[in-house]
Design a protein around this ligand. Structure first.
Ligand code: ATP
Ligand code: MG
Length: 761
């Protein structure tokens, strides 16, 4: 088919092309995995730029990870044939929201160099608040409160907007008050948490229509990838920015009426109730004019419900953005026939989906394989061997991914890869900068950058040990609280009194003097040099040099690497900003390496070969999700399976182990119910390459797989489980007698799995 127009449009199918060329008004591309949604978004930007519709700085485009943003920029350069000069508003919700907040920090009682707290800092701060309020941290853990506050922020709720019924669930009704004092403390510390990066923007936009208008005018085009995983706050933020600049106070879904609104108080969806606009200026009847916004997504890939994402956002797009054009893409360009069929069949078990057709014009290719192993070690060994075989065939390691349900599963693979000498990288996993020594070093730099950063100051005031123990810190806290000043300033004041013993006073005076000196040096010294000076003069480097533990050498290397990594940034501020915002990481981005990540982190990515280990009841689907969210949780787990399978271009390989060791305890497991939901015609059962333990264990060797009814069985009576349970215990899983011990073991195993950060990106 001869295509007319610019080169980057060539090869798009008619629907894709429609989505690229419909530049005016709201557009939703609602389509399944691998149909080219992200490609459409990128091409759309290229089109906008090459048509001269907007300059790079006038396009707001939101990706789910920083990595995806870099990728998009790279592709854009390829399409246009030249590198794009600056796309300052291409990034994640957090990075763009943070950028806007820094510009108007004073309107949120912050300074523009405010610190972004991570979860750890957040929890430490909340602990202090609980202590100050004499609330028992054991009964009411700070982490729980952090979760609640995050949840409220995800829904766009400020302290005064939290429905009383919800605030009541923590510490006998103190939840709301604690949220309010937490926010106050953040201001004093010159800090924001991730939720604030959007929530404060929203507040500023609402309270300062002139500022909002300025951004509305700036952003001529808005584009959003992975729209199915946006939360209410993100929706509100987008919605405000996507209105054509005018004086109208729009009716926005999610505006919460004032606190008196007790009727909705207990409803978790209170924030979604349609309410009149806040009393602001102008006419309110008129429907707001919506600008050029294009969102793409797939309801079947909504996997962040546990983090506050509302799949409702995508289902309601036409309602929220009146006049929207909805475009569907049906051709999958990524996966071969068998893989696509297996993934489609699996997701068809979910109710409450829009339903989509997905077809491929590709070959059937290889069937999806399912391999059972004796235990997780054999699983890792088997996958390791399989990878070496792929490598021997001359394929790139970059085209191989292992997608796990829970991040603790990774360690086994990491160990294996180190043994085999296979290069690998962990994506979105425990990050470099989260290591203790890196966090210490960063804390020093944070205090230099922002003297009000109490959390950072507290972290290092006695690291290395300087005789400034808990008692001293407590005294500084009292002092700081009384006079409402940062800890650092309290320290400065205290060293001139005799409240401290001479020795402690001397140490503290030295610390204050050092920081003053470093801050002065900052003006004249390169930030990388300064970092090295700080690490040396503070005694921190020496502390690890003297340390006899096995990992001290590694820590010193990490510190070196940290200083090296700063070279990429213009100054300290830019570097610290990057650290606080970076949500995903490329280790040795250029190296050919196997990728290891959670299913959650795999969103939007694709690989020729995808390994999916750990398809066992309790692990996947996760027991915790099932316990906490029931049917909805099961459906989200199934979507996760669908995401996993649809990452594969040519080969998808599922594994399950019958024994898994969690925190040192062996537990017997049963294959995931999702295996039952795969279509027999597209699946092949294979033997583990990792050893003979599985094949050789009497009762259930290869013969087990002759039981093909396993594949034909229905959802309610999972054949794999029945087969397994019958052989193991002589009774069905749901069959009462004899299965008690079995259930018990399963749940003891799963209780360690949590859908918290461990599972996420
Ligand atoms: P996901 O839902 O997983 O994020 P997606 O819909 O965003 O998937 P893309 O990642 O954009 O899909 O595209 C999947 C693959 O198909 C990519 O390798 C892309 O380059 C390719 N592709 C998309 N459209 C076409 C096309 N018209 N011709 C050839 N290849 C295409
Ligand atoms: Mg995509």
């Amino acid at each position: 088919r001869a295509s007319v127009g610019p080169k980057y449009l060539a090869g798009l199918n008619p629907e894709q092309r429609d989505a690229v060329e419909t530049l005016d008004g709201p557009v939703l591309v609602l389509a399944g995995a691998g149909t080219g949604k992200t490609r459409v978004l990128t091409t759309r930007i290229a089109h906008i730029l090459s048509q001269g519709r907007a300059r790079p700085a006038e396009i707001l485009s939101v990706t789910f990870t920083n990595k995806a943003a870099r990728e998009m920029k790279h592709r854009l350069g390829q399409m246009l044939g030249h590198a794009v000069e600056g796309m300052p508003w291409l990034g994640t919700f957090h990075s763009i929201g943070g950028r806007i907040l820094r510009t108007h920090a004073e309107l949120a009682q912050l300074k523009s160099n405010f610190t972004v707290l991570d979860t750890d800092d957040q929890v430490r701060l909340l602990k202090q608040l609980l202590q100050a309020d004499n609330i028992d941290d054991k009964r009411w853990p700070a982490r729980m409160l952090a979760g609640l506050i995050d949840g409220w922020k995800n829904r766009g709720l400020t302290p005064s907007q939290v429905p009383p019924g919800e605030a009541a669930v923590f510490a006998n009704g103190k939840g709301g008050k604690l949220y309010a004092s937490y926010q106050e403390r953040l201001k004093i510390l010159n800090a924001a948490d991730f939720g604030d990066l959007l929530l404060e923007d929203i507040r500023i936009f609402r309270e300062h229509p002139d500022i909002l208008r300025q951004y509305q005018q700036r952003f001529k085009y808005i584009l959003v990838d992975e729209y199915q995983d946006t939360n209410v706050a993100q929706y509100l933020w987008l919605r405000l920015l996507s209105q054509a600049p005018s004086l109208t106070s729009p009716r926005v879904r999610g505006e919460v009426a004032s606190q008196g609104d007790e009727g909705e108080g207990d409803s978790p969806s209170a924030a979604l109730v349609e309410t009149p606009p806040l009393p602001a200026s102008g006419a309110r009847e008129q429907a707001p004019h919506i600008k050029n916004i294009c969102c793409v997504g797939d309801d079947d890939q909504s996997i962040y419900g546990w983090r506050g994402a509302e799949v409702d956002n995508i289902l309601r797009f036409e309602h929220d953005f009146p006049g929207a054009k909805v475009i569907r893409l049906e051709r999958n360009y990524r996966s071969t026939g068998h893989i696509l069929a297996a993934a489609s069949h699996l997701i068809a078990h979910n109710e409450g989906r829009l339903g989509k057709t997905l077809r491929t014009e590709d070959q059937d290719g290889e069937k999806v394989t399912v391999t059972g192993s004796w235990d997780s070690e054999e699983e890792a060994r088997g996958i390791g061997e399989e990878i070496e075989q792929i490598q021997r065939k001359g394929e790139k390691l970059n085209e191989i991914a292992i997608l796990v349900r829970a991040s603790y599963q990774m360690r086994e693979f990491e160990d294996r890869f180190v043994t085999l000498g296979l290069p690998y990288r962990v994506i979105g996993g425990p990050r470099f900068y989260e290591r203790a020594e890196i966090r210490d070093a960063l804390a020093y730099l944070r205090v230099i950058n922002s003297p009000a950063d109490d959390l950072a100051f507290e972290r290092i005031v006695n690291v290395p040990k300087r005789g400034l123990g808990d008692a001293t810190v407590q005294m500084l806290h009292d002092h700081a609280r009384k006079r409402r000043i940062p800890l650092f300033e309290a320290a400065r004041a205290v060293v001139d009194t005799d409240e401290l013993k001479p020795k402690a006073r001397g140490s503290l005076r030295e610390v204050v003097a050092q920081f003053d000196r470093w801050r002065a040096q900052r003006e004249v010294t390169a930030h990388t040099d300064l970092a090295q000076i700080v690490l040396d003069e503070s005694g921190y480097t020496e502390m690890w040099q003297k340390d006899r533990s096995a990992d001290a050498a590694g820590r010193l290397e990490n510190l070196k690497e940290l200083v090296r990594s700063m070279e990429e940034f213009e100054n300290l501020q830019g570097f610290l900003e990057h650290i606080s915002l970076v949500m995903d990481r490329d280790s040795g981005a250029d190296e050919d390496a196997v990728s290891l990540m959670t299913l959650h982190s795999a969103k939007g990515l694709e690989f020729d070969n995808v390994f999916l280990p750990g398809w066992e009841e309790g692990l996947f689907p996760s027991q915790r999700t099932l316990d906490e969210q029931g049917r909805a949780g099961l459906e989200e787990e199934r979507r996760l399976g669908h995401v996993g399978l649809t990452r594969a271009r040519r080969r998808a390989m599922i594994y399950f182990a019958t024994n898994r060791r969690i925190h040192g305890t062996w537990s017997t497991t049963i294959p995931s119910r999702f295996l039952d939901e795969l279509p027999a015609a597209n699946v092949e059962i294979t033997e583990s390459k990792g050893g003979s333990a599985w094949g050789g264990t009497g009762g259930y060797g290869a013969s087990r797989f002759d039981d093909m009814e396993a594949f034909g069985s229905t959802y309610s009576t999972p054949g794999w489980q029945r087969a397994q349970a019958n052989r193991n215990r002589g009774g069905g899983r749901n069959g009462g007698g004899g299965s008690g011990g079995f259930e018990e073991q399963t749940s003891s195993f799963t209780s360690s799995a949590s859908p918290g950060p461990d599972f996420g990106s």
